[in-house]
Write a protein that binds this ligand. Sequence first.
Ligand code: SF4
Length: 388
Amino acid sequence: MTGLEQLLGRAEELYRDLRFTAVSEWKKRNGGLAIGFMPVYVPRELLHAMGVLPVGVMGAGDDLEIIRGDAYYQSYICHLPRSTIELGLNGALDSLDGMLFPATCDVIRNLSGMWKMQFPEKYSHYLDVPQDFDANVGGQFYRRELEEIAEELHRRGARKLEPAALRKSIAAYNENRALVEGLYSLRIEEPWRVPTHELYLLLRAGNVLPVEEHTVMLRDYRAAVLADEDRRSMDQARVLLAGSFCEQPPLGLLRTLERAGCYIVDDDFVQVHRWITGDVRADGADPLADLVLAYLKQGIASPIRYIDEQVKGQALVERVERSGAEGVIFCAPSFCDPALLDQPMAVAAIERAGIPWTSFKYAENTGQFQVIREQAGTFADSIKLWSE
Ligand code: SF4
Protein backbone atom coordinates (compact mmCIF):
# COMPACT_ATOMS: atom_id res chain seq x y z
CA MET A 1 0.00 0.00 0.00
CA THR A 2 1.42 3.44 -0.91
CA GLY A 3 1.66 6.29 1.57
CA LEU A 4 -1.16 8.06 -0.27
CA GLU A 5 -3.40 5.01 -0.02
CA GLN A 6 -2.66 4.76 3.69
CA LEU A 7 -3.46 8.41 4.22
CA LEU A 8 -6.74 8.16 2.34
CA GLY A 9 -7.56 4.92 4.14
CA ARG A 10 -7.09 6.68 7.46
CA ALA A 11 -9.27 9.60 6.34
CA GLU A 12 -12.04 7.25 5.23
CA GLU A 13 -11.79 5.31 8.48
CA LEU A 14 -12.31 8.57 10.40
CA TYR A 15 -15.21 9.48 8.14
CA ARG A 16 -16.94 6.14 8.73
CA ASP A 17 -16.26 5.95 12.47
CA LEU A 18 -19.61 6.89 13.92
CA ARG A 19 -18.38 6.15 17.45
CA PHE A 20 -15.87 9.04 17.22
CA THR A 21 -13.05 6.84 18.48
CA ALA A 22 -10.43 9.42 17.48
CA VAL A 23 -12.06 11.85 19.90
CA SER A 24 -12.08 9.37 22.81
CA GLU A 25 -8.42 8.61 22.13
CA TRP A 26 -7.54 12.30 22.05
CA LYS A 27 -9.29 12.75 25.39
CA LYS A 28 -7.37 9.83 26.90
CA ARG A 29 -4.09 11.36 25.72
CA ASN A 30 -4.84 14.99 26.54
CA GLY A 31 -7.51 14.99 29.21
CA GLY A 32 -9.23 18.08 27.80
CA LEU A 33 -12.85 18.75 26.91
CA ALA A 34 -14.21 17.85 23.49
CA ILE A 35 -17.02 20.01 22.17
CA GLY A 36 -19.08 19.07 19.15
CA PHE A 37 -20.41 21.59 16.68
CA MET A 38 -23.00 21.39 13.96
CA PRO A 39 -22.45 22.85 10.50
CA VAL A 40 -21.64 25.40 9.37
CA TYR A 41 -19.20 27.56 11.33
CA VAL A 42 -17.89 27.93 14.86
CA PRO A 43 -14.72 29.77 15.91
CA ARG A 44 -12.58 26.68 16.49
CA GLU A 45 -9.61 28.91 17.37
CA LEU A 46 -11.28 29.92 20.62
CA LEU A 47 -11.88 26.30 21.69
CA HIS A 48 -8.37 25.28 20.69
CA ALA A 49 -6.85 28.11 22.72
CA MET A 50 -8.61 26.76 25.80
CA GLY A 51 -7.28 23.24 25.26
CA VAL A 52 -10.66 22.04 23.94
CA LEU A 53 -10.99 19.76 20.90
CA PRO A 54 -13.58 21.11 18.44
CA VAL A 55 -15.41 18.18 16.82
CA GLY A 56 -17.50 18.68 13.70
CA VAL A 57 -20.68 16.61 13.85
CA MET A 58 -22.24 16.26 10.41
CA GLY A 59 -24.88 13.63 10.88
CA ALA A 60 -24.36 9.95 10.23
CA GLY A 61 -24.29 9.81 6.45
CA ASP A 62 -25.57 6.58 4.97
CA ASP A 63 -24.10 4.26 7.58
CA LEU A 64 -26.69 4.42 10.36
CA GLU A 65 -30.21 3.12 10.57
CA ILE A 66 -32.45 5.72 12.18
CA ILE A 67 -34.57 4.08 14.85
CA ARG A 68 -35.49 6.78 17.35
CA GLY A 69 -34.35 9.95 15.54
CA ASP A 70 -37.39 10.02 13.26
CA ALA A 71 -39.70 10.42 16.23
CA TYR A 72 -38.18 13.82 17.01
CA TYR A 73 -38.79 15.49 13.67
CA GLN A 74 -41.50 15.96 11.11
CA SER A 75 -41.17 13.55 8.22
CA TYR A 76 -40.68 16.32 5.66
CA ILE A 77 -37.56 18.03 6.95
CA CYS A 78 -33.92 17.30 6.19
CA HIS A 79 -32.16 14.19 7.47
CA LEU A 80 -29.23 15.67 9.41
CA PRO A 81 -31.01 16.41 12.74
CA ARG A 82 -32.56 12.90 12.93
CA SER A 83 -29.25 11.17 12.52
CA THR A 84 -27.60 13.58 14.96
CA ILE A 85 -30.23 12.86 17.61
CA GLU A 86 -29.82 9.16 16.87
CA LEU A 87 -26.07 9.44 17.44
CA GLY A 88 -26.71 11.22 20.73
CA LEU A 89 -29.27 8.65 21.91
CA ASN A 90 -27.22 5.61 20.92
CA GLY A 91 -24.21 6.85 22.90
CA ALA A 92 -21.98 7.58 19.89
CA LEU A 93 -21.42 11.14 21.11
CA ASP A 94 -20.70 10.24 24.73
CA SER A 95 -17.11 11.41 24.35
CA LEU A 96 -18.36 14.96 23.75
CA ASP A 97 -18.67 17.23 26.75
CA GLY A 98 -21.04 19.54 24.96
CA MET A 99 -22.40 20.82 21.68
CA LEU A 100 -22.50 24.15 19.89
CA PHE A 101 -25.39 24.78 17.54
CA PRO A 102 -24.57 27.67 15.21
CA ALA A 103 -27.57 29.65 13.99
CA THR A 104 -28.12 28.01 10.63
CA CYS A 105 -31.87 27.52 10.45
CA ASP A 106 -34.92 26.72 12.59
CA VAL A 107 -34.15 23.01 12.44
CA ILE A 108 -30.83 23.53 14.18
CA ARG A 109 -32.45 25.88 16.66
CA ASN A 110 -34.97 23.14 17.51
CA LEU A 111 -32.21 20.57 17.72
CA SER A 112 -30.36 22.70 20.26
CA GLY A 113 -33.51 22.78 22.41
CA MET A 114 -33.94 19.02 22.17
CA TRP A 115 -30.32 18.54 23.10
CA LYS A 116 -30.79 20.57 26.25
CA MET A 117 -33.73 18.40 27.25
CA GLN A 118 -32.17 15.07 26.33
CA PHE A 119 -28.70 15.71 27.70
CA PRO A 120 -29.19 18.21 30.54
CA GLU A 121 -25.85 17.35 32.15
CA LYS A 122 -23.90 18.30 29.01
CA TYR A 123 -23.02 21.78 27.83
CA SER A 124 -25.31 22.88 25.03
CA HIS A 125 -25.23 26.32 23.45
CA TYR A 126 -27.06 27.90 20.54
CA LEU A 127 -24.44 30.12 18.94
CA ASP A 128 -26.43 33.10 17.81
CA VAL A 129 -24.26 34.65 15.11
CA PRO A 130 -24.87 38.24 14.01
CA GLN A 131 -26.48 39.21 10.72
CA ASP A 132 -25.36 42.79 11.18
CA PHE A 133 -21.76 43.20 10.14
CA ASP A 134 -20.98 46.53 11.79
CA ALA A 135 -18.23 46.03 14.39
CA ASN A 136 -20.12 48.24 16.88
CA VAL A 137 -23.39 46.36 16.52
CA GLY A 138 -23.02 42.77 15.30
CA GLY A 139 -19.40 42.75 16.41
CA GLN A 140 -20.19 43.63 20.01
CA PHE A 141 -22.99 41.09 20.09
CA TYR A 142 -20.78 38.33 18.68
CA ARG A 143 -17.94 39.12 21.04
CA ARG A 144 -20.28 38.74 23.99
CA GLU A 145 -21.41 35.37 22.61
CA LEU A 146 -17.81 34.20 22.40
CA GLU A 147 -16.99 35.48 25.88
CA GLU A 148 -19.97 33.62 27.30
CA ILE A 149 -18.86 30.39 25.64
CA ALA A 150 -15.33 30.86 26.98
CA GLU A 151 -16.61 31.57 30.50
CA GLU A 152 -18.84 28.49 30.52
CA LEU A 153 -16.13 26.21 29.14
CA HIS A 154 -13.74 27.48 31.76
CA ARG A 155 -16.31 26.75 34.46
CA ARG A 156 -16.50 23.21 33.08
CA GLY A 157 -12.78 22.63 33.30
CA ALA A 158 -11.23 24.14 30.18
CA ARG A 159 -8.19 26.42 30.43
CA LYS A 160 -8.90 30.12 30.84
CA LEU A 161 -8.93 31.99 27.53
CA GLU A 162 -5.66 33.93 27.30
CA PRO A 163 -4.67 36.28 24.45
CA ALA A 164 -1.27 34.64 23.88
CA ALA A 165 -2.84 31.19 23.50
CA LEU A 166 -5.53 32.57 21.22
CA ARG A 167 -2.91 34.18 18.95
CA LYS A 168 -1.16 30.81 18.64
CA SER A 169 -4.43 29.04 17.86
CA ILE A 170 -5.34 31.63 15.24
CA ALA A 171 -1.95 31.05 13.61
CA ALA A 172 -2.49 27.26 13.66
CA TYR A 173 -5.87 27.60 11.94
CA ASN A 174 -4.51 30.16 9.47
CA GLU A 175 -1.95 27.59 8.38
CA ASN A 176 -4.60 24.90 8.13
CA ARG A 177 -6.98 27.11 6.14
CA ALA A 178 -4.20 28.09 3.74
CA LEU A 179 -3.46 24.41 3.06
CA VAL A 180 -7.15 23.67 2.43
CA GLU A 181 -7.31 26.67 0.12
CA GLY A 182 -4.13 25.49 -1.59
CA LEU A 183 -5.74 22.13 -2.35
CA TYR A 184 -8.83 23.87 -3.73
CA SER A 185 -6.55 25.92 -5.99
CA LEU A 186 -4.63 22.84 -7.08
CA ARG A 187 -7.92 21.15 -7.92
CA ILE A 188 -8.88 24.13 -10.08
CA GLU A 189 -5.58 23.90 -11.96
CA GLU A 190 -5.40 20.10 -12.19
CA PRO A 191 -8.68 18.52 -11.09
CA TRP A 192 -7.45 15.03 -12.01
CA ARG A 193 -4.76 15.40 -9.35
CA VAL A 194 -7.19 16.19 -6.54
CA PRO A 195 -10.35 14.10 -7.02
CA THR A 196 -13.20 15.58 -5.03
CA HIS A 197 -14.05 12.39 -3.16
CA GLU A 198 -10.49 12.45 -1.78
CA LEU A 199 -10.54 16.14 -0.92
CA TYR A 200 -13.86 15.62 0.80
CA LEU A 201 -12.45 12.85 3.00
CA LEU A 202 -9.62 15.16 4.01
CA LEU A 203 -12.08 17.91 4.94
CA ARG A 204 -14.10 15.44 7.00
CA ALA A 205 -10.95 14.22 8.78
CA GLY A 206 -10.47 17.82 9.94
CA ASN A 207 -13.74 17.48 11.86
CA VAL A 208 -12.25 15.08 14.37
CA LEU A 209 -8.48 15.49 14.28
CA PRO A 210 -6.66 18.19 16.23
CA VAL A 211 -5.70 20.96 13.84
CA GLU A 212 -1.96 20.22 14.07
CA GLU A 213 -2.50 16.61 12.97
CA HIS A 214 -4.89 17.63 10.22
CA THR A 215 -2.38 20.16 8.91
CA VAL A 216 0.20 17.39 8.56
CA MET A 217 -2.35 15.24 6.74
CA LEU A 218 -3.13 18.03 4.26
CA ARG A 219 0.54 18.70 3.63
CA ASP A 220 1.34 15.00 3.13
CA TYR A 221 -1.58 14.61 0.75
CA ARG A 222 -0.46 17.56 -1.36
CA ALA A 223 3.09 16.25 -1.61
CA ALA A 224 1.85 12.75 -2.50
CA VAL A 225 -0.53 13.80 -5.28
CA LEU A 226 2.03 16.17 -6.79
CA ALA A 227 4.47 13.29 -6.98
CA ASP A 228 1.93 10.80 -8.36
CA GLU A 229 2.73 10.33 -12.06
CA ASP A 230 -0.27 8.07 -12.61
CA ARG A 231 -2.83 10.84 -12.21
CA ARG A 232 -3.69 11.98 -15.73
CA SER A 233 -6.11 14.47 -17.19
CA MET A 234 -9.38 13.17 -18.67
CA ASP A 235 -11.98 14.80 -20.84
CA GLN A 236 -14.45 15.74 -18.10
CA ALA A 237 -16.77 18.75 -17.73
CA ARG A 238 -15.76 21.25 -15.04
CA VAL A 239 -18.65 21.92 -12.68
CA LEU A 240 -19.25 23.86 -9.50
CA LEU A 241 -21.41 22.12 -6.91
CA ALA A 242 -23.58 24.55 -4.92
CA GLY A 243 -25.84 24.07 -1.91
CA SER A 244 -24.22 21.25 0.10
CA PHE A 245 -23.09 23.42 2.99
CA CYS A 246 -24.90 21.80 5.91
CA GLU A 247 -26.15 18.23 5.59
CA GLN A 248 -23.37 16.59 3.61
CA PRO A 249 -23.86 14.37 0.56
CA PRO A 250 -22.90 10.71 0.88
CA LEU A 251 -19.44 9.87 -0.40
CA GLY A 252 -21.00 7.61 -3.04
CA LEU A 253 -22.75 10.60 -4.56
CA LEU A 254 -19.47 12.42 -5.13
CA ARG A 255 -17.92 9.33 -6.71
CA THR A 256 -21.00 9.01 -8.92
CA LEU A 257 -20.68 12.60 -10.16
CA GLU A 258 -17.02 12.07 -10.96
CA ARG A 259 -17.74 8.81 -12.78
CA ALA A 260 -20.53 10.55 -14.68
CA GLY A 261 -17.93 12.81 -16.31
CA CYS A 262 -17.72 15.79 -13.93
CA TYR A 263 -14.65 17.42 -12.49
CA ILE A 264 -15.96 19.24 -9.43
CA VAL A 265 -13.79 22.35 -9.33
CA ASP A 266 -15.54 24.17 -6.49
CA ASP A 267 -18.05 23.15 -3.82
CA ASP A 268 -19.55 24.05 -0.44
CA PHE A 269 -18.54 20.98 1.57
CA VAL A 270 -17.52 21.15 5.27
CA GLN A 271 -17.51 24.91 5.05
CA VAL A 272 -16.02 25.47 8.49
CA HIS A 273 -12.65 25.15 6.73
CA ARG A 274 -13.39 27.93 4.26
CA TRP A 275 -15.91 30.15 6.02
CA ILE A 276 -13.26 32.76 6.77
CA THR A 277 -11.36 33.81 3.67
CA GLY A 278 -7.66 34.56 4.10
CA ASP A 279 -5.84 34.83 7.38
CA VAL A 280 -7.23 36.05 10.67
CA ARG A 281 -4.84 38.58 12.17
CA ALA A 282 -2.60 36.59 14.52
CA ASP A 283 -0.43 39.30 16.09
CA GLY A 284 -2.96 41.82 17.39
CA ALA A 285 -3.19 43.12 20.95
CA ASP A 286 -6.78 41.84 21.20
CA PRO A 287 -7.01 38.53 19.31
CA LEU A 288 -10.65 37.99 20.28
CA ALA A 289 -11.48 41.24 18.50
CA ASP A 290 -9.53 39.98 15.48
CA LEU A 291 -11.53 36.76 15.46
CA VAL A 292 -14.77 38.73 15.63
CA LEU A 293 -13.65 41.08 12.87
CA ALA A 294 -12.73 38.16 10.62
CA TYR A 295 -16.24 36.77 11.08
CA LEU A 296 -17.77 40.11 10.17
CA LYS A 297 -15.55 41.09 7.27
CA GLN A 298 -14.01 37.93 5.82
CA GLY A 299 -16.97 35.55 5.75
CA ILE A 300 -17.99 33.91 2.49
CA ALA A 301 -21.33 34.62 0.84
CA SER A 302 -23.68 31.90 2.00
CA PRO A 303 -27.44 31.32 2.14
CA ILE A 304 -27.20 31.42 5.93
CA ARG A 305 -25.56 34.83 5.96
CA TYR A 306 -27.53 37.98 5.24
CA ILE A 307 -26.73 39.38 1.83
CA ASP A 308 -28.54 42.27 0.25
CA GLU A 309 -30.93 40.92 -2.37
CA GLN A 310 -29.36 43.01 -5.11
CA VAL A 311 -26.18 41.01 -5.00
CA LYS A 312 -27.55 37.52 -4.21
CA GLY A 313 -25.98 35.09 -6.61
CA GLN A 314 -23.19 37.44 -7.62
CA ALA A 315 -20.66 35.61 -5.47
CA LEU A 316 -21.61 32.36 -7.19
CA VAL A 317 -21.01 33.89 -10.62
CA GLU A 318 -17.60 35.08 -9.42
CA ARG A 319 -16.77 31.62 -8.09
CA VAL A 320 -17.68 30.12 -11.47
CA GLU A 321 -15.32 32.54 -13.16
CA ARG A 322 -12.53 31.98 -10.66
CA SER A 323 -12.74 28.19 -10.81
CA GLY A 324 -13.16 27.96 -14.58
CA ALA A 325 -16.34 25.94 -14.07
CA GLU A 326 -18.35 25.35 -17.24
CA GLY A 327 -21.60 24.78 -15.40
CA VAL A 328 -23.26 24.71 -11.98
CA ILE A 329 -24.95 21.78 -10.33
CA PHE A 330 -27.28 22.86 -7.53
CA CYS A 331 -26.99 19.93 -5.18
CA ALA A 332 -28.85 20.65 -1.94
CA PRO A 333 -30.24 18.44 0.80
CA SER A 334 -33.95 17.70 0.47
CA PHE A 335 -36.02 20.26 2.36
CA CYS A 336 -33.07 22.46 3.24
CA ASP A 337 -34.80 25.83 3.57
CA PRO A 338 -31.72 28.09 3.41
CA ALA A 339 -30.30 26.37 0.33
CA LEU A 340 -33.56 26.01 -1.57
CA LEU A 341 -34.92 29.48 -0.79
CA ASP A 342 -31.71 30.96 -2.15
CA GLN A 343 -31.61 28.85 -5.26
CA PRO A 344 -34.01 30.88 -7.46
CA MET A 345 -31.93 34.03 -6.90
CA ALA A 346 -28.71 32.16 -7.58
CA VAL A 347 -30.22 30.63 -10.73
CA ALA A 348 -31.33 34.07 -11.94
CA ALA A 349 -27.78 35.41 -11.46
CA ILE A 350 -26.07 32.59 -13.33
CA GLU A 351 -28.64 32.64 -16.13
CA ARG A 352 -27.94 36.34 -16.61
CA ALA A 353 -24.27 35.38 -16.91
CA GLY A 354 -25.11 32.64 -19.47
CA ILE A 355 -23.87 29.78 -17.30
CA PRO A 356 -25.53 26.37 -17.78
CA TRP A 357 -26.96 24.66 -14.72
CA THR A 358 -28.92 21.72 -13.49
CA SER A 359 -30.20 20.69 -10.06
CA PHE A 360 -31.12 17.75 -7.92
CA LYS A 361 -31.56 17.03 -4.24
CA TYR A 362 -30.17 14.38 -1.95
CA ALA A 363 -30.30 13.16 1.63
CA GLU A 364 -27.18 12.15 3.52
CA ASN A 365 -28.43 8.55 3.40
CA THR A 366 -29.34 8.51 -0.30
CA GLY A 367 -28.26 5.10 -1.55
CA GLN A 368 -29.47 5.01 -5.16
CA PHE A 369 -27.47 7.13 -7.55
CA GLN A 370 -28.52 5.85 -10.96
CA VAL A 371 -30.89 8.74 -11.73
CA ILE A 372 -28.34 11.28 -10.52
CA ARG A 373 -25.66 9.60 -12.60
CA GLU A 374 -27.78 9.87 -15.73
CA GLN A 375 -28.68 13.48 -15.06
CA ALA A 376 -25.12 14.56 -14.25
CA GLY A 377 -23.77 12.56 -17.20
CA THR A 378 -26.20 14.23 -19.58
CA PHE A 379 -25.31 17.64 -18.15
CA ALA A 380 -21.58 16.94 -18.54
CA ASP A 381 -22.11 15.71 -22.11
CA SER A 382 -24.17 18.75 -23.02
CA ILE A 383 -21.43 21.03 -21.71
CA LYS A 384 -18.83 19.17 -23.74
CA LEU A 385 -20.95 19.17 -26.89
CA TRP A 386 -22.45 22.62 -26.87
CA SER A 387 -20.40 25.00 -24.77
CA GLU A 388 -18.01 27.28 -26.62
S1 SF4 B 1 -29.67 20.84 5.96
FE1 SF4 B 1 -30.59 22.88 5.72
S2 SF4 B 1 -32.56 22.77 6.77
FE2 SF4 B 1 -31.34 21.01 7.45
S3 SF4 B 1 -30.34 21.69 9.32
FE3 SF4 B 1 -28.96 22.14 7.66
S4 SF4 B 1 -29.38 24.26 6.99
FE4 SF4 B 1 -31.09 23.52 8.26
